[in-house]
Design a binder for this molecule. Structure first.
Ligand code: AMP
Length: 406
């Protein structure tokens, strides 16, 4: 069964075609800078062919058209006709309170995606465009929406409410939603599989540390709390986002520094986090680590602050779940940075008064980027590196939806 996974952003369309009986993707790539100068397509198939180059693509529909033309191309295509694709799985960021699972797209689902435009203005409108473009290019092929927020639908009310007047949630839908759900779901299931323990028996904290970062408490396979909130701005410190701050800072900046709402929004979302703290001109942890290695004090403080905030969430979620069995590190930083993993877990080793988490230095360094355990033999809590694969998870969930239909 062939499943096409599509992730449409404001100026890009990413794609992966899976043969669900094969371990590796048949083809993948992206069209980027859509509607801008220098629009490029990157294409790679599973047989070793890859190319990138400029293309003339004005909108999402044309991007999907060029992607499908590549997939069926006589020389480097991987299928004969688009009719071989059983379904298209779409990443959709926000499903609000109305959807808690993947669904086949119909008019009602499109309406729900649209009602969430105000909750995810930078994502949902483009996700819907991607769905409509695929409906046009692949008529009759089921389109499945897989929501980033859906995995967090199980978060109990006491964890999703803010200390705001209750009517705020009723009238304005202001509550914690959480994001990166597809990744947290995938890596928690992978962790259970790796440990050969049923997911239902595990209390896991999943740390998705990429450019965006979020931490989730997964109790028995269900998300019971997560660090991102009403928007992805809340939680731990990220590449350019500030994470948790005292909301009064915003009014201080507006009243005393005469910044407007747009300016503050830009500061908190795009100029803060590791970028702002380290001040080395980059939000990429590799650049910050390189500066730190050369003795840059501010880079060191930024890394320590970043790791300390993650540590606090691990402690909070161990309390929220009444215990902890596994910590999972995933995404760009989580999978590839041994020093971050070590600093996050540093000082948590005490088994009698602490959390009983000890990372083995050699395993941590050797176990970079691949699925494996990095805790020491005496560690009570298992610490794992689990590469995330959101595309694979979207494909898996798309197949589940198709099967449930029959
Ligand atoms: P993601 O959003 O999951 O693609 O993660 C992207 C981020 O991962 C980059 O901005 C880097 O900060 C980080 N990253 C990727 N590779 C490494 C590495 N080898 N060491 C440290 N950080 C890395």
């Amino acid at each position: 069964m062939y499943i096409l996974v599509i992730n449409t952003g404001s100026s890009s369309v990413k794609f992966t075609l899976f043969d669900m009986t094969a371990p590796a993707a048949l083809a993948s790539g992206l069209v980027e800078r859509i509607g801008l100068t220098g629009t490029e397509l990157h294409y790679r198939n599973g047989k070793g062919h890859s190319h990138r180059g400029e293309v003339v693509v004005r909108d999402t529909t044309e991007a999907v058209g060029i992607i499908t033309a590549h997939l069926t191309h006589r020389d480097y295509g991987v299928i004969q006709s688009l009719g071989e694709i059983a379904a298209v799985g779409h990443r959709v960021v926000h499903g609000g309170e109305e959807v808690n699972q993947p669904v086949i797209v119909d008019d009602e689902v499109k309406r729900i995606i649209e009602t969430c435009f105000e909750l995810a203005p930078l994502h949902n409108p483009f996700n819907l465009k991607g769905i409509e473009a695929c409906e046009a290019s692949l008529p009759g092929v089921p389109q499945v929406a897989v929501f980033d927020t859906a995995f967090h639908a199980t978060i109990p009310r006491h964890a999703y409410l803010y200390g705001l007047p209750y009517r705020m949630v009723k009238e304005h839908r202001i509550r914690r939603y959480g994001f990166h759900g597809t990744s947290h779901k995938f890596v928690s299931a992978e962790a259970a599989r790796f440990l050969e323990v049923p997911l239902a028996e595990l209390k896991i904290v999943t740390c998705h540390l990429g450019n965006g970062c979020s931490i989730t408490a997964v109790d028995g396979g269900r998300s019971v709390d997560t660090s991102m909130g009403f928007t992805p701005l809340e939680g731990v410190i990220m590449g350019t986002r500030c994470g948790d701050i005292d909301p009064a800072i915003i009014f201080f900046l507006m009243d005393h520094k005469h910044m407007g709402p747009e300016e503050v929004n830009d500061l908190l979302n795009k100029k803060s986090g590791l970028l702002g703290l380290a001040d080395v001109g980059s939000s990429d942890l590799r650049d910050i680590m390189a500066a730190r290695a050369k003795g840059n004090q501010q880079a060191d403080i930024a890394v320590r602050t970043f790791c300390y905030r993650i540590k606090k969430y691990i402690g909070a979620y161990a309390a929220a779940m009444g215990g902890l069995d596994v910590i999972v590190f995933t995404a760009g930083i989580g999978e590839n940075s041994p020093p971050v993993r070590e600093l996050v877990c540093d000082g948590l080793g005490d088994r009698t008064r602490g959390l009983g988490i000890t990372v083995d230095h050699a395993k941590n360094t050797a176990g970079n980027g691949k699925l494996g355990a990095i805790h020491s033999d005496e560690s009570r809590v298992k610490v794992l590196v689990v590469p995330t694969n959101e595309e694979q998870e979207i494909a898996n969930q798309t197949v589940d939806v198709l099967r449930a239909r029959h």
